[in-house]
Ligand binder design. Structure first.
Ligand SMILES: [Zn+2]
Length: 177
């Protein structure tokens, strides 16, 4: 199956009526809210979306998104690759009231009548929800242990520089007259 670049917008209700499917990819670099929580902007995300009307009559979007990205290890602050997988079941509704009335198995997607669905926004929301809050390398590969052994003593300020600084401060404190 050949994946296409993710369309920018779709008429989600029309897609439900037509029983449409989307099999696409999106460059991680194009998802700025998502990349804000990553180590870099490399990689791409595979997206599969199915639009359909459920037996209960809800306008549904069933989707998965899978991407290999780099996050920062919170111990050594170096990039580490992780796979992020998002699975979601959404129902298109008009209002907050309708959103609250949905069964627990469906998450609301509030969309006005003439409002197009911005697919990258939907994708980013789902990816961000599924990004772990903190990530750590395995001990065996974590750079923090290398950094500790390579650490050098911090340079101390030389006596001359310290003297100059003190002199400058004294100069500032001297009364002007
Ligand atoms: Zn690490």
């Amino acid at each position: 199956m050949q994946r296409q670049p993710l369309p920018k917008f779709v008429d989600a209700r029309k897609f439900v009526t037509g029983g449409m499917e989307i099999h696409a990819f999106k460059q991680v670099a194009d998802l700025s809210r998502f990349t804000a929580g990553l180590a870099n902007t490399s990689g791409s995300v595979d997206v599969d979306l199915r639009f359909f009307r459920s037996e209960q009559g809800f306008k549904c979007i069933e989707g998965t998104a899978i991407g290999q990205v780099d996050v920062l290890c919170q111990r050594c602050m170096k990039p580490m690759p992780i796979c992020i997988e998002a699975e979601f079941n959404l129902a298109i509704v008009w209002t907050e009231e309708q959103a609250k009335a949905l069964p627990k198995s469906l998450d609301p997607l509030i969309l006005g009548e003439d409002e197009d669905l911005v697919l990258a926004d939907l994708l980013q929301d789902e990816l961000i929800i599924n990004t772990p809050f903190v990530s750590y390398h395995d001990d065996a590969v974590c750079k923090v242990f290398e950094l500790e052994s390579e650490a050098e003593p911090v340079d101390v300020v030389s006596g001359t520089e310290e003297g100059d600084t003190r002199f400058a401060i004294l100069g500032q404190l001297k009364p002007r007259d």
